[in-house]
Design a protein. Structure first.
Length: 217
């Protein structure tokens, strides 16, 4: 997690020299923040995505939100075989350096102080791309097919479609026919767990935070 601040040299909205929309009408106040955040997100993605790709990973998402007086930039990265904490830390440092370099070159990414958070996807992230489905072979998922909810285990997945085992029956669907999939949490009954596995259950109860925190600047 990195915090940084930067002064803006742009004139304040409403000052002389600000371009007005065609017809002399200003955007409604509620529309301007949404448009600004969208533009900032696009600028951030243009800087971040090449860095993540060069590291051999995929940029899943970049989001910008407000937390009090500062912005929070959340970057989600993943790999074909997942991504570990050490790799997340490496990517976080590379992204932070790229953002610093862009600002030094005069690119205004965000006005004022902002906080950078880089993490891997959680289990609640929707499965929308072929690589998402490949990574979850063997897991139970719920997905919308032909306007109905289907729950099944992912047997196979490639660039064209997904094979699910639904109640013992195998079904194949093309990606274009599937809505976003959701991995389902499965619980194992304690009386089915061997004594040797109890230590693993205890370890699983401890928090596992994929977010990488660095020095505050």
């Amino acid at each position: 997690m990195t915090q940084r601040g930067r002064a803006s040299g742009r004139p304040a909205p409403g000052s002389r020299g600000e371009a007005r929309p065609r017809g002399g009408e200003r955007p409604r106040p509620a529309d301007r923040p949404r448009a600004d955040l969208s533009a900032r997100r696009a600028r951030l993605r243009a800087v971040i995505e090449p860095v993540v790709t060069a590291a051999g990973y995929h940029l899943e998402d970049v989001s910008v939100s407000r937390a009090g007086r500062r912005h929070v930039v959340r970057v989600i990265v993943d790999g074909e075989d997942g991504i570990g904490l050490d790799a997340v830390a490496d990517v976080s440092r590379a992204v932070s350096a790229a953002l610093d370099a862009a600002e030094e070159d005069g690119t205004e990414l965000l006005v004022g102080e902002y906080q950078l958070e880089v993490s891997s996807p959680g289990v609640d992230r929707p499965l929308t791309l072929p690589r998402h489905w490949r990574r979850n072979i063997g897991r139970l998922v719920k997905v919308t097919v032909a306007q109905r909810q289907v729950t099944g285990r992912v047997v196979d997945a490639d660039d064209t479609g997904v094979t699910l085992d639904v109640d013992g029956v195998t079904h194949e669907w093309k990606h274009v026919d599937l809505g976003p999939g959701r991995v389902q949490v499965e619980f194992t009954r304690l009386d089915e767990v061997a004594d040797d596995d109890l230590d693993e259950i205890d370890d699983a109860d401890e928090p596992d935070d994929d977010e990488v925190e660095g020095e505050q600047r």
